[in-house]
Design a protein around this ligand. Structure first.
Ligand code: GGG
Length: 358
């Protein structure tokens, strides 16, 4: 961090609707600069996209780390265009590189029911659903350890290992316990230690041990299968939910779906020690089915900008963005199709920027 209120942002739209929602995020950030006086110096990068892959045969240049490593934060859209690049190639060639090389070991994903937003759950009002999913972001089920043998024969064997390290598990658990302590509420751990009989009992043991350092924080744990049911039936039970990489990914799509749409959900891929830039992106992907039509919901991207401002220490600006999102979402004319409205991406983005400017 640079110690002033001027920041260097690396902006990477990526693929599909990323190219439509990132400009709306930038429009809102411009309004934030005007209103709150922080200076946001933006550098645009076209790598970490399938277009880049088509031109260069790889998702990112060899020197990508040097090119964006000096920025204060990365503002990212979405990755994936399976027509041209297999999804596992585009994801591992971009986002997962960022998360690992910049040690963004926390993926922080707020889940909140916003005023006026229609939810598929009956009898829920704003305030009933307000929690965080803390997803482990650098190891777990997302490991590249494994392989195929006897490919394309009847003896075909495919193996992929889950990796849990003590450092990796403990640090994300500590982050989650700290967050639960700050919020003064409680922590839920997602497990599956009855079926996944080596790594998940280890996860549970680490939760048990780390919890000893947080006697003031109440905690519980659920197997992932019943936990998904509770998300739908009792979303008010949760405050901070900590989960492995895969479980956290699933829970952080399900949570926002319960609040109306995954289109509004933000994420921060955070390096809490601030040794490397953190990356902020919507939870949703590139959505090839609606890309290019100007109908994507920009709120996930814009809320990610709020998370980024908060991370940069611009807390008033972050709160201002969230308040503007709330104001605009409560007006049906600015809702995009995923929320039952007919507004376009730019209509919604502009309304939020205007709400910030007052
Ligand atoms: N903006 C998020 C994005 O593009 N996600 C693509 C995706 O498939 N991500 C999987 C993951 O976050 O693990």
């Amino acid at each position: 961090m640079n110690g002033s209120n001027a920041y260097r942002l690396a902006v990477i739209p990526g693929d599909g609707i990323g190219k439509e929602v990132v400009p709306e995020g930038l429009r809102v950030l411009e309004a934030v600069s005007t209103k709150f006086g922080c200076v946001l110096n933006v550098d645009h990068f076209e790598f970490a996209s399938c277009d880049y892959f088509q031109k260069h045969g790889q998702m990112m240049p060899d020197d990508w780390k040097t090119r964006i490593g000096g920025h204060d934060a990365i503002f990212f859209g979405a990755v994936g265009w399976p027509e041209t690049v297999p999804d596992h190639v585009s994801l591992w060639g971009s986002l997962i590189q960022f998360r690992r090389e910049f040690d963004q070991y926390v993926n922080l994903r707020p889940v909140r029911l916003m005023p006026g937003v229609p939810t598929p759950l009956a009898n829920r009002k704003p305030g009933d659903i307000d929690f965080f999913v803390v997803r482990e972001n650098t190891e777990g089920e997302y490991s590249s350890i494994g392989g195929r043998m006897f490919t394309n024969t009847e003896r075909e064997v495919v193996i992929q290992e889950t990796v849990m390290t003590r450092v990796g598990v403990d640090r994300v658990l500590r982050y989650a316990f700290e967050l639960a302590r700050r919020r003064g509420k409680h922590l839920t751990s997602a497990t599956k230690s009855n079926g996944i009989s080596i790594t998940m009992p280890y996860w549970d043991e680490r939760v048990e041990e780390i919890s000893q350092g947080y006697p003031d924080v109440k905690w519980d744990k659920y197997h992932i299968d019943i936990l998904t049911a509770h998300f739908v039936q009792h979303p008010d039970w949760f405050d901070v939910v900590v989960a492995s990489n895969l479980f956290g990914d699933i829970l952080s799509d399900l949570g926002p779906a319960c609040t109306g749409t995954i289109g509004i959900a933000p994420a921060g891929n955070i390096n809490p020690e601030r040794k490397f830039p953190s990356l902020f992106e919507p939870v949703h992907g590139s959505a090839p089915d609606i890309a290019g039509q100007g109908i994507a919901n920009p709120v996930g991207q814009i809320w990610s900008a709020a998370l980024m401002l908060d991370h940069l220490g611009e807390t008033a600006a972050a709160a201002g963005v969230v308040q503007a999102i709330e104001e605009v979402l409560s007006r049906p004319e600015y809702r995009t199709r995923d929320l039952g409205g007919s507004a376009g991406t730019a209509d919604c983005g502009k309304a939020i920027a205007d709400a910030i400017l007052g």
